[in-house]
Every structure is written in C-alpha cells, then in structure tokens.
Design a protein around this ligand. Sequence first.
Ligand code: UN1
Length: 491
Amino acid sequence: MVTTYKHHIGGKWIRSFSGKTFMSINPANKAPVGKFQQGNRQDIDAAVRAATSAFKSWKDVPAPKRGEILLRAAQILRKRKEKFARIVTKEMGKVISEGRGDVQEAIDIFEYMAGEGRRLFGHTTPSELRNKFCMTFRQPLGVVGLITPWNFPIAIPAWKLAPALICGNSVIFKPSSDTPLCATKLVALLIEAGIPSGVLNLVTGSGNDVGMALVKHPSIRGISFTGSRTVGEKIVQYAGLKRVGLELGGKNPIIIMEDADLELAVEGVIWGGFGTTGQRCTAASRVIVHHKVKKQFEKRLLDHIKKLRVGDGIKKTTDVGPLINQKAVEKVHGYTLIGKQEGARLLHGGRFLNKKGFFYEPTVFSDVSPSMRIAQEEIFGPSISIIAVKDIKEAIDVCNRIEYGLSSSIYTNNIQNAFLAIEKIEAGITYVNASTIGSEVHLPFGGVKLTGNGTREAGIEGIYEFSETKTIYVDYSGKLQKAQIDDVMVR
Ligand code: UN1
C-alpha cells in the first residue's frame, strides 16, 4: 500500500484540482515512497488567496513570537532527527550520516532565525538637520514563493522557510518532485510547531505547471529558487518586478599547491567530489593541481577511491549513495563519453553499476585542459577533472576561466598563496585547507557570475532576501526644515 499525500492550503490538507498524482521513489531500489498531488494553476491560485489573507495578521505578530514558533520547530526536529534523516536517505539517496547532516542544518537555521526574531536590525544614523531622527527597519515582502531542489530536501527548504517566516512573509512552498515526502513532513512539523493556518502552504507538482504559475502570479512579491541555471534564467524572464533570489550552478575548484599537505588535500577532494554523490551545488568538480605533486596526488587519490563503497545509503557501510534518478545517471555518463572524446584520460570509474538503483562509479579524469566541456559544465554527479598547472597565478587563472562562481578551495601551507586565492578567486565562498562543501548557516551562502543574481541565503543576508528596508525620518523641531537647503555650513 502506497500512501497518498496532499497539498496543504489554508490550514487544510487537500487534493489537487487536477485529480492527478505522481509517485516518488527510492533511488537506491526504485521502491515507491509515496504518491503526491500533481498540482496546477488553480491550486496555486487557492494557495495565493489563503496566503494573502493570512499575511494580514501574520505580519503583525511580533517577530520574537514568530521566533518562538521556529524555536519550537527546531526542538521537535531535534527530537525526530533520526526519523527525518531516514526519510531523507529513503527519498533522496544520500548516505545516512549525511541525511543526519541535512536535518541538522535545518535545526541550525531554525534556531538561528528564531534568534533573529529578537534582532531583525535596522540602523540609526544622524540627520544633517537638528532635531530630526533617522532610522531604518525591516518589513516583510508579502506572499513569497519558495522553489526548492531535491539535493538538500530538508536543509534548503529550511534555509528559505526560516528567514521568510521570521520576517513575517506568508509562503507558498513548491518542492522538487523528486523529494515531496521530505517537504510534506517538514511542513507538517512546522504546522505542529504553531505556524498559523494559511501562513505556510504546500503545493507539489511540476516546475512547468506549479513553479511557473508561482513565478508569474501577480500577487506574489518574491521568489526564492535553488536549482539549475536554465530554470533560473526562465524565472528571471517571467518574474516581472518580483524580488528574485537565485542559487544556481557551480563548477567548484580545489587548488592543490606543491606545498600542500597532500593527504589532507586528497581527503578534501574525496569529500567534496564524491560526498552526496557529487550532487551538491558546492561539489568539487575541478582539481587544479601543481604539476610537481600531480603524480603523487593521483596515486594517493586512487588508493582512497578504490576503498569507496557504493550502495544503498541506509547501510552504515556505504560511502557513496545512488544518483537521484535515471536522467541523472544518463547525464553523468554522457559527460564520461564527452570526456573521452575530448581526449581526457579516464583514471577511474566511468561505468554504470549493475544494481537495482541509480548507481554510478566515482569517476576521475586526468590530463584535462581547462576549456574542455567536462571542466566547464556542471555535471552534478561523482565525476572530477584533474587539471595540472605550473604556479599559483595559472591556478587562479584556471579557477576563474569559468562561467560560475559558487564555492572554491585551496590547499597550501604558504600564506601568500592562501591570501592570493582569498582575494583573486571569483567565487562567493573560498575555503583554505578545507574542501568546497560544508557551509554553516550563520554565514552568507551564494555565488558570483552565473551562479546567481547577487542574493545570498542564510546568515544575516538571508533576512535581506525576504524583507524590505523602510526608511524613517522623524522631525521634532516643530518647524519646516529643508534637507540640502537649510543649515549648510560650508558654502
Ligand atoms: C547546495 O548544494 O545547494 O556547503 C547546498 C554545503 C552545504 C549546502 C549545500 N552546507 O555543501
């Protein structure tokens, strides 16, 4: 028996107007996980009506009180961490320890944003006139649409939900069709924690129908999206004057200099390249290595890779789980064929694994040149390209010869190399002597160039994404004072 789950609109769990459902499956064995509503524009219209009406009172709830609800959500999630982690692994495939990490990241952001309820800082500043007071404060946008990916099916929705809610927005949440169960469980938990009816609405279904209906809806004030660049570009095209936050692709480099601790660097490459089966926006996919240590690095890397156990993430012994679906396997394999055609040397992997689910071997190409497609395009799977360079200047140059700019890393024990990388790498995030993955929720997360449109998530900047600044002038002089005209001291 497969359970059928429903939309959550206006405080009620209801079916879609379409009368249709779709199935979510476990990528490790293709077993059904649940049936979900295939939403359409009518569902979005109903959700927008509910959210618009709920916004009127939610925006007036004192932010510290909204924070109490988020804190309660964090507490409940902490108690149910293991249960949620297992759902993540069952529906998305990541290994169970990373499933726990996914849930922990959500706990962290709920706690952090709960505290923001007592801050939400504006600022004060002197006026140029006497007896006049100047300040800013933050107000919600209104109804916002959150469109989230499958690779962090609890953490990324939480990254968006927590700041959106603490700022006083009401929300329509459209999760990826690969992980609707995680989304449904998260929404149910927030409702249990006390989010009032209509403030948080869940509509499942395809990006083309549900996602685009959200993006085009005239009553929605903001869209926050994490996913592919193609979809991000389409959102910008149709969103009109809405606030749009985008978190798109990456092709994240790890630089390894000749003075690096090679063992540490190898561990970082394995973790960044094959953790989450390479399915992170922040995954390491280019290894830019100093030619003097290339051979040694490759030998050590292969020693480690050979030990990786690919399988069902629910087993404690698994290091690398499945890819999300058949399309992903075909995409990753497509890039293996492209790499071979381009003349790169396949050092390891490059094959489907003959198992029940969507498994692919950890794959390494060497002798890759920076302009090859495998070194330019986001593969979103367990495939890395090794590029040799002669010095730090060339390393940074290769790093930057790319359309994206999300995460980056350098392994070096030379302080000049480290600071050159910090300053010159074109990316939103640079790690020194750590891999490209593992951001923390109280720091801003996001990228430059085609990785997005300049917004940042998490940290204080997560608040900026979901609020407007209001500027206030209070004149208590009791007379007409003219800025720029009265009281000019230097003429
Ligand atoms: C993503 O892949 O979009 O730094 C998010 C990391 C995680 C978040 C990744 N904390 O890899």
